[in-house]
Design a protein around this ligand. Structure first.
Ligand code: ADP
Ligand code: MG
Length: 243
């Protein structure tokens, strides 16, 4: 569905991502994890074509991303960032309606889709007329998710979607999202810096370090057969916080 073929990204003298080859198979959930600055967001931005690789190729459904197909491919990818990335001057409804309206959907079509999604993602309908700053963090995140799902994309890319939420709300949303991903059968790539969250979501976890993939596998693979001392250190550093 999505792949990187020796794709890299450098900014001046900073290598954000070393040449990386990865395949995200249809219908799977993959997690990108690693310390701050290791290249997680860069990898996600390459996948959606927000930035171009310095070398190598990014493919969607086998086609290399190019200026010519970027727009149509973007419509098949939902992208969610921390806090939902909503426009502050638009209501929740207007945020969700923006792209479909631009594509020529009627108000009735947009309204019906928003209503169906609000139910699916458990956002009370009366929240839709509110502006982002009038919503709780969890509600903003639900609206961000709704906006990403409007066009029923094949792929969902989520960059630390739950990072700004308090622990209880976060646990609730984690559980809901996992159910939603399973129901929707979409190809999901989720970024987190929290190993417990990675283990909860990821069939496959890609642990990055300084712009390269240190190890890929299930959580149990990383635990029981760490590829390098860094993998063990990363897991242990996080477990120290767990009681
Ligand atoms: P992560 O999401 O894992 O925290 P990023 O992918 O955002 O990491 O960044 C990886 C590295 O690339 C960091 O060193 C970061 O400072 C650098 N970087 C990311 N985007 C830019 C940019 N637009 N210009 C310069 N450096 C960047
Ligand atoms: Mg990031």
């Amino acid at each position: 569905m999505l792949s990187l073929d020796a794709a890299s990204k450098t900014y001046g003298t900073t290598t954000a991502l070393q040449p990386t080859t990865l395949v995200f198979a249809p219908g799977t959930t993959s997690v990108l994890i690693g310390p701050s600055g290791c290249g997680k967001s860069t990898l996600l931005r390459l996948l959606i074509g927000l930035i171009q690789p310095t070398s190598g190729t990014v493919r969607f459904d086998g086609q290399p991303l190019s200026a010519g197909n970027l727009r149509s491919i973007r419509h098949r990818i939902g992208y969610v960032i921390q806090e939902g990335g909503l426009f502050p001057h638009l209501t929740a409804h207007e945020n969700a309606a923006l792209v479909p309206k631009h594509l020529g959907w009627s108000a009735a079509q947009v309204g019906a889709r928003i209503e169906a999604l609000a139910e699916q993602i458990h956002l009370p309908m009366d929240r839709l007329q509110h502006y982002p700053q009038q919503l709780s963090g969890g509600q903003r995140q639900r609206v961000g998710l709704m906006r990403a799902l409007m066009l029923d994309p094949d792929v969902l890319l989520l960059d630390e979607p739950l990072g700004a939420l308090d622990p209880m709300i976060r646990a609730d949303l984690q559980a809901e999202l996992r159910t939603l991903f399973a129901d929707l059968q979409k190809t999901v790539v989720l970024v987190t810096h929290d190993m417990a969250e990675a283990a909860f979501f990821g069939e496959t976890i890609h642990l990055l370090r300084a712009g390269r993939i240190e190890q890929s596998g299930a959580f149990t693979d990383l635990m029981e057969a760490p590829a390098t001392p860094f993998v063990t250190a990363f897991i242990q550093a996080q477990r120290r916080w767990a009681v």
